[in-house]
Structures are given as structure tokens and as C-alpha cells.
Design a protein around this ligand. Structure first.
Ligand code: GRF
Length: 199
């Protein structure tokens, strides 16, 4: 199983997965990181693991269709068979979606379908969870289709929301758990415990 990552910022989920691929606890071969953001910390992290890194964005490809095609081409040239979205803040185009139908994973920092959808990203998710008075939150690994936070759920895990929580403290608790959840999901896809729908 060959992995391609798309990340826009820190890439801590990607790093956790790369470490587990290196240690052998995920039976997968990371191949490439594609980012829209030339300054993403994820790029340096990926280089340290010897990954090919590419930057594709509105500057390199002003038209969305050619950007979409460039991403699909880079993934296919790298022989990627599973695409791992790891904090990727841009829309996935129809060419990538078609080339990788049922083979694009995302992690979202809430218990979907709660606190998902348009505008629900980053700290906004945790602010909304706290404002709603939830006593538990969590994260969800799911396949993506044309809509961001939709597509079949593969795994979810919960964390408590404490009365003293701020969005920052909740974010930290969820993110730490995400690293294990995302890695575990990939390990179980690689070993056949989780079966993805046909492509
Ligand atoms: C995570 O909270 C993830 O749920 C969301 O984006 C964030 C990525 O964090 N999709 P990192 O770049 O992996 O540190």
C-alpha cells in the first residue's frame, strides 16, 4: 500500500503516520507529500523522512482544472494507491476524486456528523463543541466524496470535554488522540481488518 499525503500546515498527523510506517506498525510505503502551501511545516517533516514533496496551488496552476490534474498526475506518477488528507485546507477536484474513488481518507476533529460541514475546521470545531455544552468530543476518519466531511465513516474515537476546557485545551487533547486514531485506521486498512469499498 503506497500512501500520498496532502497537507496544508503542521502535518503532525502525517508525521505520526510516517513514524509508524518506518517502525513497521503500519505496513505501508509513504511516497509523496503534496501541499498548497510552500511554507507548510509539513514539507520539512516529509523531507526528513525522505519523501518527495511538491507544491501545487493557484500560483503554480491558476486554473483549478489544471491544478486538479497536476495533483492527480503527481499521485499517480508516485504510484500512490491511498490518499491521506492530513489537514489539507483546499478543495479536492473531480479528477483526483475520480482517480481515487473510495481511496481518499480524511480526519476531522469531531464526532461526525456532529460539527462537520462548511466552515467547520480548526478551532471553530472545538469552539462550537464547547458552546454546545457537549461532554464528549472526538475525531472521525472517513472516506471523502465531493462534500468535505461526508463519505463513509471508517473509525471514530471519543475524548472527554472537561468543564475547564478552552478550545485550545480541547484541540490539544483531540489532536493527540488523532495521531493514534489515524495511524490505527491505516494499519487496519493495510492488514485487511478494514476493507474499503471497491474503487
Ligand atoms: C487536525 O485537527 C485534523 O483533524 C484536521 O486538520 C488538523 C491537522 O493537524 N483535518 P496536523 O496538520 O496534522 O497537525
Amino acid at each position: 500500500m503506497k500512501l500520498g499525503f496532502l497537507a496544508s500546515h503542521g502535518g503532525s498527523n502525517m508525521q505520526a503516520i510516517l513514524e509508524r510506517c518506518r517502525s513497521g506498525s503500519i505496513a505501508a510505503e509513504p511516497r509523496i507529500l503534496i501541499s498548497n502551501n510552500a511554507n507548510a511545516a509539513a514539507i520539512e517533516k516529509a523531507r526528513r523522512f525522505g519523501l518527495e514533496t511538491r507544491v501545487f496551488n493557484g500560483k503554480t496552476h491558476p486554473e483549478f482544472e489544471t491544478l486538479d490534474q497536476a495533483i492527480a498526475d503527481a499521485l499517480q506518477t508516485a504510484e500512490v494507491d491511498l490518499v491521506v488528507l492530513a489537514g489539507y485546507m483546499k478543495q479536492i477536484g473531480s479528477r483526483v476524486l475520480t482517480a481515487y474513488r473510495n481511496r481518499i481518507l480524511n480526519i476531522h476533529p469531531s464526532l461526525l456528523p456532529k460539527f462537520g460541514g462548511k466552515g467547520m475546521y480548526g478551532m471553530r470545531v472545538h469552539e462550537a463543541v464547547i458552546a454546545a455544552g457537549e461532554t464528549q468530543s472526538g475525531a472521525t476518519v472517513h472516506l471523502i466524496d465531493a462534500e468535505y466531511d461526508e463519505g463513509p465513516i471508517l473509525q471514530q474515537r471519543t475524548v472527554p470535554v472537561l468543564p475547564s476546557d478552552t478550545s485550545e485545551s480541547l484541540h490539544e487533547r483531540v489532536l493527540e488522540m488523532e495521531h493514534n486514531l489515524y495511524s490505527d485506521t491505516l494499519a487496519r486498512i493495510a492488514n485487511g481488518e478494514i476493507r474499503l469499498p471497491p474503487q
